[in-house]
Design a protein around this ligand. Structure first.
Ligand code: TRP
Ligand code: SF4
Length: 400
């Protein structure tokens, strides 16, 4: 019933690398062409774990946004904004917290894990425990139906869906729900209204699925209804309450198969990353010195691509015939490693050319970036305020 919408966020961890690009950002660029998209800098999320390293947030946030734009996020198509500048995220976090059982949060697999793993700092904080509540608010506040995330975020998505369901169940059943729904049906106009009532009866009393489909079609073609009335009627038709919050689905993005230069996970802190806007010279140097199959010490030693991180780069960057050339050449010692790396170097440099071009405009004129983010914040705030109005009303907070 609500318009299709995608929301996703990333923590501001600084300049992005190719792992981020192939793991998430590339998908965002595709998605923005398909559906209304909102992408935000999750700066409050960064504070849930990095509350003692606040000096880097601002620079990281701007660098990250420039990288998004460089990668092809188009501000004409998608909205880019900063979480902490849309205060409705905080309000909904607070309100969702009222009905979220502690058990749901304590059971998140990463919660205890992280507390134990990150031993150099105290993560037994309210903020860290409540992070999935905030993440839920980030999405529910826009009534988004799809959320592009990595597999590691699935438990958070599950909680988010539970929260929406619980909220609708608890607050969507207004006391005077039936009266309000009937009043809304009247607003459809005499004939449509009668027809809608009849179809609803046919569905609810006889389970006539055609009637349900017809009633839905009738509802979506009815011009004169407010969003709230539409939702009421939709819930009333199906026998549930009003859908105030939307249960979103995870849009799973395949984990990046691009490892770091040493075969471990690519990460700036491991020193094994290629940044999204690396200079061609550095791409060349980094790939030429990157690790290969350790068994291939001399040019005449045969190798095994399965044991070589360069091969993973070929999987991402090369076509079938190049890959075949690698497989044959490596296992027969027919090609040298530098030779093998050259197509990867060329492909990365080619991929990054438009990134550099797009970024230049923003590096020359940082005010453009601020403008884009200002506009994104305004848009996000408008959408979020609509939801909050309904949420406040449902929770008994619109008085005075
Ligand atoms: N938790 C996500 C991460 O660490 C970032 C994030 C915060 C997010 N809020 C979100 C992602 C809402 C999608 C939707 O990667
Ligand atoms: Fe790796 Fe290519 Fe060298 Fe084989 S030839 S070890 S795949 S770099």
């Amino acid at each position: 019933m609500y318009p299709a919408r995608v929301v996703s966020g990333m923590r501001p961890t600084g300049a992005m690398h190719l792992g981020h690009y192939h793991g998430a950002l590339k998908n965002w660029v595709r998605i923005q062409n398909e559906v209304e998209s909102l992408f935000f800098v999750a700066d409050w999320h960064a504070l849930t774990t990095h509350y003692d390293e606040v000096e880097t947030i601002a620079q990281s946030a701007w660098d990250m946004v420039v990288d998004w734009l460089a990668a092809g996020i188009d501000p004409e198509k998608a909205s880019i904004f900063v979480q902490s500048r849309v205060l409705e995220h905080a309000e909904l976090t607070l309100l969702l917290g009222m009905t979220t059982p502690l058990g749901w949060l304590e059971r998140v697999p990463t919660y205890k894990d992280q507390i134990e793993k990150i031993s150099h700092k105290d993560l037994t904080t309210f903020g860290f425990l409540g992070y999935p509540v905030m993440m839920a608010a980030d999405v529910l506040v826009y009534r988004a139906n799809q959320v592009p995330v990595g597999e590691d975020q699935i438990p958070h998505m599950e909680i988010m869906r539970e929260m929406a369901r619980r909220f609708n169940h608890m607050y969507g059943m207004e006391k005077d729900f039936a009266e309000k729904a009937e009043a809304a049906a009247k607003k459809m106009g005499g004939k449509a209204s009668k027809q809608f009532m009849a179809l609803r009866t046919a569905w609810q009393e006889k389970g006539d699925a055609n009637a349900l489909a017809e009633a839905k079609a009738l509802l979506s073609s009815a011009g004169s209804l407010s969003m709230a009335d539409r939702e009421r009627l939709s819930g009333w038709l199906e026998g549930s309450g009003r859908q105030i919050l939307v249960e979103p689905e995870a849009l799973l993005t395949e984990a990046s198969r691009l490892p770091g230069l040493d075969g471990q996970k690519m990460s700036k802190s491991y020193g094994n990353a290629i940044s999204l806007r690396e200079s061609p010279e550095d791409v060349n140097r980094k790939i030429r010195t990157m690790q290969t199959d350790p068994a291939r010490v001399r040019r005449t030693d045969k190798g095994d691509p399965a044991k070589c991180p360069v091969w993973q780069f070929h999987v991402v960057y090369s076509d079938d015939s190049t890959r075949e050339w690698v497989q044959k050449g490596c296992t027969s010692a027919g090609i040298g490693c530098l030779e093998c790396k050259q197509p990867v170097i060329d492909a990365i440099i080619r991929e990054q050319e438009p990134f550099h071009e797009r970024a230049q405009k923003y590096l020359d004129n940082p005010a453009y970036v601020r403008e884009i983010v200002n506009a994104g914040c305004d848009k996000a705030r408008r959408l979020a305020q609509e939801t909050l109005r309904d949420v406040r009303e449902a929770m008994g907070l619109s008085y005075g």
